[in-house]
Design a protein around this ligand. Structure first.
Ligand SMILES: Nc1ncnc2c1ncn2[C@@H]1O[C@H](COP(=O)(O)OP(=O)(O)O)[C@@H](O)[C@H]1O
Ligand SMILES: [Mg+2]
Length: 216
C-alpha cells in the first residue's frame, strides 16, 4: 500500500461555535474524495485546514508525511507553490493580463511547462490571447483551473470548482480533474453541492452534526 499524501487525525475546530471534532481523513495517490454537506457546516474551513491555510484547534494534519502546522513559513510556501493545487471559490486571476500570461505566471513559479492538452480539454485554448477581464465567469474559472494544473500539483483541493459552470462544462472540468489525478498519481479533495459530481469520486463524506461521516 502506498503512503497517504494527506493524513488527518482527530481534528477539531471552532469559530464562534464548534464546527466539527474527531475528523479523520486520508488520501492516497490517484484517489478522489468528495465532501458534501449543508451550507455553513464547515466544508470550506475543513478544506482550508487540509491545505495549510488554517491551523485546527486540535489534531494532526500531515501532508506528504510531515506535520504541516509544525513547519516553518518558507516550507509551507514551497508546498503551496510546488505541490498543492488549490481551486477555491474565488479565483485570483490578473484581469488585465491575457489568459496565457496568467497561466504562464504559475508555470514559471513552479518550473513546469504549460500543458496544451489541458487547455484543449478545458476548451480554452482559443481564448489564450484574450484579457481575462473580457472572459465570462465560466471561462475565467476554467483558466484558473488550467493555471492550477499547469504547475503539476500532487494534491488538488477544490472548493465548489464548478459552482458557476453549466452542467456540461462542469462535467468537462470534472473529467479533466479525474484524468489528471489518474495520469499523475496525484489526488483530489472535492467540496461540492453537486451530488452527481460527488458520485464520480472514489468516496463521499458528509459533514453533518459536527462530524465527518463516511457515506459508504
Ligand atoms: N474566518 C472565520 N471567522 C469566523 N467565522 C468563520 C470563519 N470562516 C468561517 N466561519 C464560520 O464558520 C461556519 C462554517 O463556514 P464554512 O466553513 O465556510 O462552511 P461551508 O463551506 O460548509 O458553507 C460559518 O458559520 C461561517 O460563518
Ligand atoms: Mg464553503
Amino acid at each position: 500500500m502506498s503512503q497517504p499524501l494527506l493524513e488527518v487525525n482527530n481534528i477539531a475546530h471552532s469559530f464562534d461555535t464548534l464546527l466539527f471534532s474527531n475528523v479523520n481523513f486520508s488520501l492516497l495517490p490517484s484517489q478522489s474524495k468528495a465532501i458534501v454537506g449543508r451550507s455553513g457546516s464547515g466544508k470550506s474551513t475543513l478544506l482550508h485546514i487540509f491545505s495549510t491555510f488554517i491551523k485546527p484547534d486540535e489534531g494532526s494534519v500531515k501532508l506528504f508525511d510531515k506535520e504541516i502546522y509544525a513547519q516553518k513559513d518558507n516550507a509551507i510556501e514551497a508546498l503551496r507553490r510546488y505541490d498543492l493545487g488549490i481551486i477555491f471559490q474565488f479565483h485570483y486571476l490578473f484581469k488585465g493580463m491575457s489568459a496565457r500570461d496568467n497561466i504562464e505566471v504559475a508555470s514559471l513559479l513552479s518550473g513546469e511547462k504549460i500543458d496544451d492538452a489541458i487547455l484543449e480539454k478545458l476548451e480554452i485554448k482559443s481564448l489564450m490571447q484574450q484579457k481575462v477581464g473580457e472572459l465570462s465567469g465560466g471561462q475565467q474559472q476554467r483558466v484558473s483551473i488550467a493555471r492550477v494544473l499547469s504547475k503539476k500539483p500532487r494534491i488538488i483541493f477544490a472548493d465548489e470548482p464548478t459552482g458557476n459552470l453549466d452542467k456540461e462544462t462542469a462535467k468537462l472540468v470534472m473529467d479533466v480533474l479525474l484524468t489528471y489525478i489518474q495520469e499523475t498519481d496525484a489526488a483530489l479533495v472535492l467540496v461540492t453541492h453537486d451530488e452527481a459530481l460527488a458520485k464520480r469520486c472514489d468516496k463521499i463524506y458528509r459533514l453533518e452534526d459536527q462530524v465527518l461521516l463516511d457515506e459508504d
